[in-house]
Design a protein around this ligand. Sequence first.
Ligand SMILES: *Cc1c(COP(=O)(O)O)cnc(C)c1O
Ligand SMILES: [Zn+2]
Length: 433
Amino acid sequence: MTLTAPGSLQADAHAGGPVPPCPARGLICRNCGATFGLVAEHACAECFGPLEVDYDPEVMRAVTREQIEAGPQNIWRYVALLPVGQNPADRVSLDPGMTPLVRADRLAEELGITGGLWVKDDSANPTHSFKDRVVSLAATAAKGLGYTKIAAASTGNLANSVAAHAARVGLPSFVFVPSDLEPGKIVQSAVYGQTLVAVDGSYDDVNRLTSELAETDEFEDTAFVNQNVRPYYAEGSKTMGYELAEQLGWRIPAQVVIPMASGSLLTKVDKAFRELAAAGIVEDTGWTIFGAQSAGCDPIATAFDNGWDVVKPVKPTGIAKSLNIGNPADGPYALDAVRRTGGAIARVDDEEIVRGIRDLARTTGVFAETAGGVTVAVLRKLVEDGRLDPAKETVVLNTGEGLKTLDPLEPVVGPTHHVQPSLKSTREAGLIG
Ligand SMILES: *Cc1c(COP(=O)(O)O)cnc(C)c1O
Ligand SMILES: [Zn+2]
């Protein structure tokens, strides 16, 4: 099973103009540099290192701002920089992306940030998290590779997105989640009428189970979005970086604060900036990447603090469940991106996360899930500790919707007054004189 030959100009199968060439020329091992075709593998046959998509820089350099700006108002405007989906008819997608970049002046003032602060609000995606970006790429690759079913191990948002993509195109899907997930995420996965398996264990247990299932005859024709098609899946996160630059008027922000589960999103935002600069689409003005974790699941933060190149797995706890990956696959690469760009990684506890959610909502009108609370709280901590430069333009990512994780908010927010439907009662409550 292979995708269309890289770099080949495909026939124009739609009315919307020419189909750009595919810039992907194969997969490359991030560990030993061995190269492979565009196949359904995520581990190197030589050294078991992780595979990633390798692009032809010449094809990338031919891409222009004008070409991107003429595209649709979703991630596919960047298709000339992506490994799959060049022909719209081949896409399996809810068409996510081009989510709001919200100016956060009031939050900036509270935190003492003078260089400008923005919130990239990915809760506006079709299933209300950034995962729609990666699943659109994974599902499109799965179709191109000839798979007939899709599946995923998930901390919640990935399950929501895989089930919704499958429902849109009538493809069977199988999602596996820890059984102790937030009720909002369980319901949102179940409503699409696909197979949802609640597993009594942590995400890392679920991930191990799906790796074993992938080897069985029953799942032979199944694309596991974050396993056998992970190289394609992961590239979807680049669109977050492309959008930040485009929405800032084709400028790379000086500082970005990014939540980490596996660490993949963080590495791909950095990759997107490098690609845009190398292709001459933006000026290479430099940037600094900061990572955010919760104290309940902080293996990458701990490796950063100790100067380790490897990440020691932990057993996750705490309310930021979408980030609770104790053995993060891209941990070493996330550490590299943060160190290479002069950034830092910080952790915050559950109380700080709830405060982060409330601070963001109160000052911007954006309601984030716990992962967004982690990122905002880490931003505060980085400013307070003098590790993030308040005089530089900063973007903080909100990767998920607050309605998905109501549980930690319910004890701390609620009606400010409780009245009977009469003026007398509202007067007694102090609302009128
Ligand atoms: C999955 C997820 C992340 C992080 O993803 P990785 O690429 O695995 O680091 C961040 N925020 C939310 C809400 C997520 O669901
Ligand atoms: Zn290798």
